[in-house]
Design a protein around this ligand. Structure first.
Ligand code: SUG
Length: 443
């Protein structure tokens, strides 16, 4: 059946900041304590969404989560008024307070793992929100993510939105950032490559955490009834070099896998397993060597955290890179060489998502890919689909409510809670989400 690849992007929230919360994510550590610009961030994200919508890909918006997360802080025993909860948490437990303020749900590639209906055992599109247990701030996302996915994909006959896997280290899951689907065409049965960093009971000795377990990947494939599942181990060298998700060194679309030489522990074995699982197509591997692009440059430039898309009506793929790729001489040379060869990638474009990039979130991190056939696309919530009108309304909304400078110390300002709630309350009416979408609206 004909199908398209839609994108659902995380709308960047009003508390976007640089709190250094993610060990192993070098950008997050390097930029800790810098002032952020939430207004620029949300507008950059919206412009990236519009760019994709203008290219003809269905584009949806996933709302930011309620931050600061007062219910989380109350669960830790901080009491009094909401303003007192914030003040007491910052005084007695600043690490928890910072986690409660993170706008990390913007990185929708980590929202869930998705199995399209062409691959699932029961013919529905399956979603498993990621438990994101490795980092405290991210472990607070999955319940609200499920709520957002339920709102976007409401028809249970067509969509199955699961709960996250149990939130334990053995089943650590980071969602679609560690999943690549290859296929002949979007609506045909595909290969589901699930990349993991460690085994559940393995003593872990790397300098940085491995965020995905093999057992989580297996459970996701099992519960979705995903056909063509191929499990591959992320290379330990890549994780040690700052590859906290596989999508920092690998991206794929249709029959093409574009990756760095150090992405997998066993590259030849991974290629062979993908070839064996591919039905009706010969996978193409575009591998970039360490000599052409050292891993450190791959990570700072985020060449592989690009969106690899099929623009409707075009035969060859388009690579949407962050401007940081253009700014890195080696990565730029590789991108241009790939696009000017006669290979599967025909064009490279650059987008400015610098505010997100400073936290290690490139164009691919900001979006969740969802392959939908025509009937499924028609069943998705049209209020959450980005049109020119919605892009305009959300740009005005962001420019009105968001600050243009936010320091980590400002996260303790109780006025930020009021601004944030005001913004989210208005957002629920713009997106038609009703008045009980967020916990603060249900109090
Ligand atoms: O999980 N950064 C995110 C970036 C996620 C990128 N996503 C993908 N690669 N798909 C993370 O490390 C930093 C927040 C801070 O430090 O304030 C952060 O959470």
């Amino acid at each position: 059946m004909t199908a398209l690849e839609a994108n659902a992007d995380g709308l960047i929230g009003p508390t976007h900041s640089y709190a250094g919360l993610s060990p192993g994510n070098l950008a997050s550590s390097r930029n800790e304590g810098q002032a952020s610009n939430p207004r620029a961030a949300v507008l950059q994200g919206l412009d990236k969404m519009k760019r994709l919508a203008d290219l003809g890909l269905p584009q949806f918006v996933l709302p930011p989560h309620e931050r600061p997360n007062i219910p989380f802080l109350r669960s830790l025993g901080f009491g009094g008024t909401d303003a007192q909860v914030i003040e007491r948490a910052w005084k007695d437990a600043p690490t928890f307070a910072a986690a409660a303020c993170s706008a990390s749900p913007m990185w929708a590639a980590n929202a869930a793992t998705v199995t399209p209906s062409a691959d699932s055992a029961d013919g529905r599109v399956h979603f498993s929100p990621a438990n994101l247990v490795t980092n405290l701030h991210r472990s607070l996302e999955h319940q609200q993510t499920k709520r957002a996915l339920d709102a976007l994909f409401p028809d249970a006959a067509r969509f199955a939105v699961h709960d996250a896997l149990p939130s334990v280290a053995h089943l650590a899951d980071e969602g679609a950032a560690n999943h690549v689907r290859l296929c002949a065409e979007h609506g045909a049965e595909g290969v589901n490559l699930l990349v993991w960093g460690r085994e559940a009971w393995e003593p872990w000795t790397g300098p940085f955490p491995a965020r995905q377990t093999r057992e989580a990947a297996e459970a996701l494939a099992r519960r979705h009834g995903a056909s063509g599942a191929v499990l591959a181990r992320q290379s330990k060298a890549a994780i040690a070099g700052g590859t906290f998700h596989n999508d920092v060194v690998c991206v794929g679309a249709l029959d093409t896998l574009f990756h760095h030489q150090l992405a997998f522990e066993d590259t030849a074995g991974t290629h062979a397993a993908i070839r064996a699982a591919a039905k009706g197509f010969d996978p193409i591997f575009v591998e970039v060597s360490e000599a052409d692009l050292p891993l450190a440059d791959a990570i700072t430039s985020y060449l592989f955290n690009s969106m690899l898309i099929q623009v409707p009506g075009e035969d060859r793929l388009t690579l949407i890179c962050p401007t940081e790729t253009r700014d890195n001489a080696r990565a730029h040379a590789v991108a241009e060489a790939v696009a000017s060869s006669n290979g599967p990638i025909g064009r490279v474009e650059y987008v400015d998502v610098r505010q997100s990039m400073r936290n290690g979130g490139g164009p691919a991190c900001l979006r969740l890919r969802v392959v939908l056939n025509e009937a499924e696309l028609a069943a998705a919530n049209a209020n959450m689909r980005l049109t020119d009108e919605l892009h305009g309304a959300l740009s005005v909304w962001g420019a009105t409510w968001y600050r243009d400078e936010l320091k980590v110390a400002d996260l303790a300002d109780p006025a930020l809670l009021d601004e944030s709630r005001g913004a989210l309350d208005e957002l629920t009416s713009i997106l038609g989400l009703g008045s009980d979408f967020y916990p603060f609206q249900r109090d």
